[in-house]
Design a protein around this ligand. Structure first.
Ligand code: PLP
Length: 282
């Protein structure tokens, strides 16, 4: 079994224990990050650590580790778990305290990290595309915080799974926000549309890279949310996340998206994405 990091120590996963009074367990009072690792190298670690800091600031929690402490710990964790391609998960909760909604004083945050082999994306997700459904965005008003309270996201993803789809695309006030565990894009007349970075979406690290790659290829990006109707009429729909990269959505609510095949703009971005990964030095 793997080693994990818990409050300053590396220990075997089966021995890692957290108190039942941890506020993460009782109140979902915590934030997290997921970082892909290719050939033992973290993908865009700086961006992930910056987002972790922003999430912590937003919920008024102290960062238990400095940037260099996180980096060293993550390097060691990857090494201990055999290197190669992994997925690193970081979680910080407000710590252990008698149950109370009000924040406790003088409590040490709980810091946890684990690393697992990176699951390869099934080949047909790229060659054929994935199926998605549209569902109302039932989440809260602070979706820019990467909070561990994922019950709405989990319910929505399960709804997709129940009908054989891989992702749920979320509609709020008539507009597409993002996916249950991904950012979402529509391609209309050769331009890429994705919701702006505000409190309705998570500012994805993969999204950040996609926008850079699009700019390098002179593809216009509009950080503008599309309506549900524009989504249904789009030439292409994609989703992105750290562990799934960029995937074409070829069926929406059981109906083919345009030709029903992965689109040309997606293909261009995917080629650039794979090249970027192979170059290393992220
Ligand atoms: C709700 C939501 N939006 C967007 C993303 C994509 O973020 P990233 O590209 O940083 O993985 C995720 C990732 O899990 C997510 O859960």
């Amino acid at each position: 079994m793997n080693d994990v990091f818990l409050n300053g120590d590396f220990i075997a996963a089966e021995h890692a224990k957290v108190s039942v009074f941890d506020r993460g367990f009782l109140l979902g009072d915590g934030v997290y990050e997921v970082i892909p690792v290719y050939a033992s190298q973290c993908f865009r670690l700086e961006s992930h650590l910056n987002r972790l800091q922003r999430s912590l600031d937003a919920v008024r929690m102290t960062n238990p580790l400095s940037g260099s402490q996180w980096r060293t710990m993550i390097e060691q964790l990857i090494e201990r778990n055999g290197g190669g391609d992994q997925s690193v998960y970081l979680q910080v909760t407000r710590g252990v305290a008698p149950r109370d909604h009000v924040f406790p004083e003088g409590v040490e945050p709980t810091a946890f990290a684990m690393s697992n082999p990176l699951q390869a994306v099934p080949e047909d997700y790229k060659s054929k595309g994935i199926a998605a459904i549209t569902v109302p965005d039932i989440r809260w008003q602070n979706c820019h915080i990467k909070a561990i309270t994922l019950l709405p996201n989990s319910l929505l993803k399960q709804q997709a799974q129940d009908v054989g789809a891989q992702e749920a695309l979320l509609i709020r006030d008539g507009y597409l926000t993002e996916g249950s565990a991904s950012n979402a894009y529509a391609v209309i007349d050769g331009k890429i549309y994705t919701a702006p970075k505000d409190e309705k979406v998570l500012p994805g690290i993969t999204r950040e890279l996609i926008l850079e790659l699009a700019a390098s290829a002179n593809i216009t990006v509009k950080e503008q949310a599309v309506t549900e109707q524009q989504l249904r009429d789009a030439d292409e729909i994609w989703v992105s996340s750290s562990t799934k990269e960029v995937l074409p959505v070829t069926t929406l609510d059981g109906v083919a998206v345009s030709s029903g095949k992965p689109g040309e703009v997606w293909k261009k971005i995917d080629v650039l994405y794979q090249q970027y990964k192979q170059q290393g030095g992220f």
